[in-house]
Design a binder for this molecule. Structure first.
Ligand SMILES: *[C@@H]1O[C@H](CO)[C@@H](O)[C@H](O)[C@H]1NC(C)=O
Ligand SMILES: *[C@@H]1O[C@H](CO)[C@@H](O)[C@H](O)[C@H]1NC(C)=O
Length: 204
């Protein structure tokens, strides 16, 4: 009995703590730009969340020496905030340590590395996304999920080739938050009920 409640509590904790999606301690500045990445939106285009799609294409830069990609295992494609959408928002800040970086907060896809071939993926712009200005970045990761290299649709200064996403209005977002809180509450209630039940059983 005791064990089951411990498991329940552990489960609760695990689901509540967001796991970092990128490797710890890898410095962005240490990564080489070896991938050539392009995305379908045109500079300044406005995409509607939940309706429009983005097709991302990536490949290794063929003018690099053979073996450059020897350790690449996966390509992680992410949607990233352009500087205009980070301004005055500390929680979206760019940090050199990739485990702390909030620039590329949204996963588009992760795919096995396809050697030198061009790969692509079409992504339906998620309804969860906030309105803002974005670009796309791809990371090449090794077998231990640590980033080795990257490529992105914009220049190093993140001024070119940016596109916009028009999110679903705040009304829907607050409904989602309410739903999330409600489900967290119901799990807590379940645990409380269980504990009480157990106490009752002990008294008897
Ligand atoms: C590909 O790599 C070469 C050699 O490092 C570099 O000069 C060139 O700019 C790269 N091309 C792209 C599109 O990144
Ligand atoms: C995406 O990849 C598929 C399969 O390799 C290919 O047939 C298709 O032409 C590609 N599309 C783009 C837009 O590159």
């Amino acid at each position: 009995m005791e064990k089951i409640s411990l498991v329940l509590v552990a489960l609760l904790l695990c689901t509540a703590v967001p796991r970092p999606s990128l490797a710890k301690g890898v410095s962005f500045a240490s990564l080489r730009r070896t991938l050539i990445v392009s995305a379908s939106p045109k500079q300044g285009q406005v995409l509607r969340a939940g309706e429009d799609t983005i097709t991302v294409t990536w490949a290794l830069n063929q003018s690099l020496p053979a073996g450059t990609d020897a350790a690449y295992k996966k390509i992680k494609v992410r949607l990233c905030y352009a500087p205009a959408s980070q301004k005055d928002r500390g929680w979206r800040k760019t940090k050199d340590d990739l485990s702390k970086d909030k620039t590329c907060s949204f996963a588009i896809t992760a795919q096995p590395y396809a050697g030198g071939d061009r790969s692509n993926f079409t992504y339906l712009v998620s309804k969860e996304l906030p309105s803002g200005t974005f670009f796309v970045r791809a990371y090449a990761v090794d077998a231990a999920d640590a980033e080795l290299a990257f490529g992105q649709t914009t220049n190093a200064g993140k001024t070119e080739n940016l596109f916009n996403i028009e999110g679903i209005s705040g009304h829907h977002a607050s409904l989602d938050v309410a739903a999330a809180c409600f489900s967290a509450f119901s799990i807590l209630a379940l645990v409380a009920f269980y504990v009480q039940e157990k106490r009752g059983a002990k008294k008897k």
